[in-house]
Design a protein around this ligand. Structure first.
Ligand SMILES: Cc1cc2nc3c(=O)[nH]c(=O)nc-3n(C[C@H](O)[C@H](O)[C@H](O)COP(=O)(O)OP(=O)(O)OC[C@H]3O[C@@H](n4cnc5c(N)ncnc54)[C@H](O)[C@@H]3O)c2cc1C
Length: 525
């Protein structure tokens, strides 16, 4: 007999752990949480500034994209968390909500109940912000939010001084004021990484009604007619089955969630046919609309002296700005990173991991304390791509493409950010550190050269969304209650449901989506 649960949640990342925590508040609910990755996490996960050591290890799915036509056919490395906590266990902890106009646009496009005013109580429910710089910040929620300034490194202060020198306004809290430069707010507690693992998942497990199975990969949703009745999964080398009385909630992230639907016969009929999978329910939008914030590392430079010993998350400050006046939300986000792994040896490691699938040695030794990087991320990209099945074998990674650079305006705006970064490097504030630009470097001068350099270097911000988007049109995969359209007892609660990526880092909004999914379920919506 298969095991029977009230709920099965697939994936313990930002969305899945949030759903598990809220559903487990119902003491009589019996919940199974399946996680494809492991649960035995190294100490580096807890130390905020050691995030760079987690990339390319066993905790990273380390996808390689399909060749990107807009980038001269180059493939792009894409990190994603594969462990308890998912992306939340490897992320940089920057806590940035979507801007009001981002969410109002979702509602405007047909997602009734998703305006910023509707979502704000769910952001607040998740937060316990320790400072009072944002009058709308939540207090008493599971996630402790601190001001990066409290542990800030001196180099971060220099970045802010440089922004002021160029006339950018200072901002107290990006979640209160959208445009300007300032310290980030971070998902950290007592100097350690927060993340949904500590704030949502461990407390949920302590309640006793959640069974967590790690290294358990969901391979197929079990459907009877138009109803989802359970999940087939691989664990301990065996195919196992769990059935549900109430619902399955898929939270595998924007790459794996569409893949699981496709493996289950839910998706575009032609793609299913190509892989010999019978159509259970045709939904042409599964895997479409996949996108990310494109990001390039640059300019980057060397300071005369090494930076101070690390503390905090090493990505403490940023500048949110518009490429043109008159935009309702910033489309540019430039962050500063110091003590980051970089250079040829780091990229050799990336290639080794992508080609062999084997974890590489720690990248900590590749960190040069003299190096600082500006990370310009385009937070309102226009390009859209897809996730497709590469094989009907569930252990084979999906084929992914964000179609970076497909819209030329995306590249133009990244060039604008690199120019802003160069202006920052030329300020008196940075001159005092003896900063010398290494890349793009003195030979890259004209707009055409900068464009070519961006096309050669742009990559992923690891903010994957949109591949099972919410809506009411033909291409929508879930409805505004996050139910898979046309299938009973099946919801999605992760980054894949976003109709369009917000002008903000994505984790905070995905936790909010998890909060909303649980509320819909508990209130019978
Ligand atoms: C290196 C890095 C830095 C980042 N920094 C920031 C930041 O500072 N701020 C920010 O807001 N965002 C950041 N992000 C993005 C953020 O982490 C993600 O947007 C977020 O975690 C995605 O949430 P999710 O629920 O969609 O998926 P995830 O958090 O990725 O969770 C999906 C989970 O499902 C599991 N899973 C997948 N398929 C299956 C299956 N078939 N069976 C069982 N389990 C499965 C995965 O292993 C994973 O644990 C960062 C991401 C990375 C990779």
């Amino acid at each position: 007999m298969p095991d029977m649960y009230d709920f099965v949640i697939i994936g313990s990342g930002a969305g899945g752990s949030t759903v598990a925590y809220r559903l487990s508040e119902q003491a009589d609910a019996k919940i199974l949480l399946l996680e494809a990755g492991g649960g035995d996490l190294p100490e580096a996960v807890s130390v905020p500034w050691r995030w760079n050591e987690l990339l390319l290890t066993d905790l990273d799915w380390a996808y390689n994209s399909a060749p990107q036509p807009g980038l001269n056919g180059r493939q792009v490395y894409s990190a994603a968390g594969r462990c308890t906590g998912g992306g939340s266990a490897v992320y940089h902890m920057m806590h940035v909500r979507a801007k009001p106009a981002d969410l109002d646009a979702w509602a405007y496009a047909g997602c009734a109940g998703w305006s910023f005013a509707d979502c704000l109580p769910f952001y607040q429910r998740s937060e316990n912000q320790l400072d009072d710089l944002n009058p709308t910040a939540g207090k008493g929620g599971p996630m402790t939010i601190v001001n990066a300034k409290d542990t800030g490194n001196p180099t971060s202060q220099v970045f802010l001084d440089a922004c002021v020198e160029l006339g950018y306004p200072l901002v107290d809290d990006f979640n209160a004021t959208a445009f300007g430069a300032g310290w980030h707010h971070l998902d950290m507690k007592d100097g350690r990484r927060g993340g949904v693992l500590t704030s949502y998942l461990l407390p949920a497990l302590a309640r006793g009604n959640v069974t967590l199975k790690t290294r358990a990969r969901a391979t197929r949703l079990l459907l009877e007619g138009d109803r989802c009745v359970g999940v087939e999964y691989l664990a301990d080398g065996q195919t196992q089955t769990a059935r549900v009385e109430r619902e399955v909630i898929v939270c595998g992230g924007a790459m794996e969630t569409p893949k699981l639907l496709l493996l289950s016969g839910i998706g575009p009929a032609d793609q299913l046919g190509q892989h010999g999978i019978a159509v259970a329910h045709e939904l042409p939008g599964v895997g479409e609309n996949f996108h990310d914030h494109p990001l390039v590392i640059g300019p980057f430079g060397r300071m005369a002296e090494p930076g101070a010993d690390p503390r905090g998350n090493m990505t403490e400050v940023g500048l949110f700005w518009g490429s043109e006046p008159g935009l309702p939300v910033p489309d540019l986000e430039i962050c500063l990173v110091h003590r980051a792994p970089f250079g040829d040896a780091f990229f050799a490691n990336v290639v080794q991991r992508l080609q062999t699938g084997q974890p590489v040695a720690s990248v900590a030794q590749l960190v040069d304390p003299h190096v600082i990087l500006t990370l310009p991320g385009l937070v309102r990209p226009l390009s859209r791509g897809w996730v497709r099945m590469a094989s009907a074998d569930p252990t084979v990674p999906p084929s992914i493409s964000c179609n970076f650079g497909d819209e030329p305006a995306d590249i133009d705006r990244i060039v604008t950010m690199v120019k802003i970064g160069r202006d920052l490097y030329r300020t008196k504030a940075f001159a005092a550190l003896g900063l010398v630009e290494v890349g793009p470097g003195p030979d890259i001068v004209t707009d055409a050269q900068l464009r070519a350099w961006v096309i050669d270097n742009v990559g992923s911000y690891y903010h994957f969304v949109g591949s099972c988007r919410m809506g009411i049109d033909r291409m929508a995969v879930v409805d505004p209650r996050l139910k898979v359209r046309g299938i009973e007892s099946l919801r999605i609660a992760d980054g894949s449901v976003m109709p369009a990526i917000p002008a903000a880092n994505t984790h905070t909004t995905i936790v909010m989506i998890g909060e909303r999914a649980a509320e819909f379920i508990k209130t019978g919506m």
